[in-house]
Design a protein around this ligand. Structure first.
Ligand SMILES: *[C@@H]1O[C@H](CO)[C@@H](O)[C@H](O)[C@H]1NC(C)=O
Ligand SMILES: *[C@@H]1O[C@H](CO)[C@@H](O)[C@H](O)[C@H]1NC(C)=O
Ligand SMILES: *[C@@H]1O[C@H](CO)[C@@H](O)[C@H](O)[C@H]1NC(C)=O
Ligand SMILES: *[C@@H]1O[C@H](CO)[C@@H](O)[C@H](O)[C@H]1NC(C)=O
Ligand SMILES: *[C@@H]1O[C@H](CO)[C@@H](O)[C@H](O)[C@H]1NC(C)=O
Ligand SMILES: *[C@@H]1O[C@H](CO)[C@@H](O)[C@H](O)[C@H]1NC(C)=O
Ligand SMILES: *[C@@H]1O[C@H](CO)[C@@H](O)[C@H](O)[C@H]1NC(C)=O
Ligand SMILES: *[C@@H]1O[C@H](CO)[C@@H](O)[C@H](O)[C@H]1NC(C)=O
Length: 511
């Protein structure tokens, strides 16, 4: 390339006759521009990190026509949603015997995710949207079918009893009668599909629907009960979100600004009400081992902070792994800043009370098998086998670029039980969290993305060095040019090419 340029130059330029023998003006011009180039390359080498970062920021920012936006609005990465149920095999002997829970699953669903109702707010650098998620059962890679008959805690009765816990004697007795009349038991046996998306009918629900909501303790009027009932294709599952576009300097895209039209989380007080963190797709760049990774998780109705746990390598790309640890949702004993998440008693460590954002139902989230939770939680049931490899909640992120490579979002839904002296069915139940199911969402980026990231990472790592070398080359050339210019011009003709017009020209104008 360089030689070719030289040849072109040699052939096309004819030096005016009067300049021969004196220092040619073009030499000074060449030396001057060489010096400028050397300076430019030097500054690029010194400022490489920030140059690279702003170029990357530009690439990642969400704008209506960016590639970043196209992959964000309708992600093509296959996303699996695995559900594991706990089958309660000794429900007739409750509460004399500890519940024995046998894990079933996974019931695997392919999840299709789309961001819809996308509205750009150019005035404040945000984009508003809703997430529409659709699920398709993947029978061939599931361990079980949707026809499996599963025995679990009766969620309808448990919720009704929990909602009545501050009622007066007569009202509680009324509920007790209702439960007896509709033949409600402590456990139910239902098919997997009914417990999941399809839902099942229940007379108690029909009754609740016909009563004014002031008398049902805030139970939503629904006609069926299922853990994911009416969530398929719904625009309300994750709610309305507003995230940053990352177009303004120094901001990252995809950070939550508003959720359901609010700029805070209505269910908590103080610091815990703060709406912050990534909405799941974009991570901060330039992460270190000290970084906390904040993530807003709509299913948990809160922001969780992941801590650095490990460094690893995937196909030659190094990643930092950030996970929910014991401290992430501990009660006050080791992280006082979490107390405001308790909403009342901080009974057990490692538990999130999401009751307030689940219409007052006794829903409590933990990691699967009570991983990192209070040991007492595990002792109240049999069958819990926490395993950090299988049950942790983590993001493995390329730290400089902030791109997630491997994500496992996992949590377990539990129902809270406590004795209720006026409701016969619940008179003797222990105070416990009853595990119902746990879910896992796993995303691993594909090999071609890894290859692309490796290239970008190499540009980041070596770009500074390349610029520094370029600066050095220019500096040497300029020095040589200056030396030539100062010499008296008594040039012997020596041929490097067939008919050189001027040797100085040849050597000094390769650019
Ligand atoms: C769940 O447990 C019940 C009661 O022990 C049993 O009858 C049923 O077959 C179990 N279900 C599955 C899918 O194993
Ligand atoms: C499938 O489920 C059964 C319990 O129903 C369990 O014993 C078995 O280990 C599971 N297999 C896999 C591959 O997960
Ligand atoms: C939001 O998107 C859905 C599905 O694309 C559409 O049916 C609905 O009309 C949209 N709503 C608004 C307010 O744009
Ligand atoms: C941004 O502006 C839009 C409309 O102009 C407004 O609805 C939205 O609440 C604003 N968002 C934030 C985070 O201020
Ligand atoms: C979700 O809805 C789609 C149709 O939009 C349907 O094909 C799919 O089977 C539904 N999934 C479940 C789990 O019901
Ligand atoms: C599920 O199993 C229970 C007993 O374990 C039985 O009473 C019920 O009829 C079964 N349900 C279905 C739909 O087969
Ligand atoms: C990245 O982190 C390093 C060390 O923590 C810091 O010196 C540097 O300024 C950061 N760069 C950017 C672009 O944030
Ligand atoms: C869970 O939170 C709700 C309100 O958000 C509160 O009323 C309830 O007492 C809490 N439950 C426990 C067991 O702490």
């Amino acid at each position: 390339m360089l030689r070719f340029d030289v040849l072109l130059y040699v052939e096309n330029v004819s030096v005016p006759k009067k300049m021969r023998g004196r220092t040619p003006r073009w030499l000074w011009v060449g030396a001057g521009s060489g010096a400028l180039l050397a300076l430019a390359a030097l500054s690029a080498a010194l400022a490489w990190t920030s140059i690279f970062d702003s170029a990357l920021a530009n690439q990642l920012a969400l704008t209506p026509n960016s590639r970043s936006f196209r992959t964000w609005v309708a992600p093509s990465v296959p996303l699996y949603f695995d559900i594991y149920f706990f089958n309660w095999t000794n429900s007739e002997k409750f509460p004399e015997e500890k519940p024995n829970l046998v894990q079933l699953g996974p019931y695997r669903f392919l999840e299709k995710r789309k961001h819809v109702n996308v509205t750009w707010h150019d005035n404040n650098g945000t984009v508003a949207y809703r997430t529409q998620r659709s699920w398709y059962f993947d029978e061939s890679s599931s361990n079980g079918t949707l026809q499996d008959n599963i025995t679990t805690l009766n969620g309808i009765a448990a919720s009704a009893v929990y909602r009545s816990r501050f009622w007066g004697f007569l009202q509680q007795k009324g509920l007790a009668m209702g439960l007896a009349m509709f033949n409600q038991k402590i456990a139910v046996s239902k098919l997997a599909r009914e417990l999941l998306f399809e839902g099942y009918d229940d007379q108690l629900l029909n009754l609740a629907k016909s009563l004014p909501s002031s008398t049902t303790g805030g139970a939503p009027p629904v006609d069926k009960f299922g853990w994911f009932y009416e969530r398929n294709n719904s625009l309300d599952t994750d709610g309305y979100m507003e995230v940053t576009t990352g177009r303004a300097a120094g901001t990252i895209p995809g950070q939550i600004m508003r959720w359901n039209y609010e700029d805070h989380i209505p269910y908590y007080e103080g610091e815990c009400a703060q709406l912050a963190g990534s909405a799941g797709e974009f991570m901060p760049r330039n992460l270190t081992e000290e970084s906390l990774l904040p993530m807003f998780v709509p299913d948990l109705c809160r922001t969780v902070y992941m801590e650095y746990v490990d460094t690893g390598e995937q196909d030659g790309l190094t990643f930092n792994k950030y996970a929910l640890t014991q401290r992430s949702f501990d009660n006050s004993s080791s992280s006082p800043s979490n107390t405001c998440f308790c909403n009342g008693e901080c009974a057990w460590s490692g538990v999130m009370n999401v009751s307030a954002c689940r219409f007052g139902s006794p829903a409590f989230m933990t990691l699967p098998h009570f991983l990192h939770g209070d040991p007492q939680l595990r002792e109240l049931v049999t069958g819990m086998q926490p395993d950090p490899d299988a049950h942790s909640f983590y993001f493995a992120v390329e730290p400089k670029l902030g791109v997630p490579l491997d994500v496992a979002a996992r949590f377990q839904l539990n129902l809270y039980l406590e004795p209720s002296e006026n409701i016969g069915l619940y008179e003797d139940v222990p105070r416990m969290l009853f595990p119902i199911f746990w879910v896992e969402q796993r995303v691993k980026v594909e090999d071609d993305v890894i290859a692309e990231l490796r290239l970008v990472r190499a540009i980041f790592d070596w770009g500074g060095t390349v610029c520094a070398c370029a600066a050095l080359v220019f500096a040497i050339l300029v020095t040589m040019a200056t030396c030539w210019a100062r010499k008296p011009h008594t040039i012997k003709k020596e041929s490097l090419f067939e008919k050189p017009k001027d040797e100085a020209e040849l050597k000094l104008n390769p650019i």
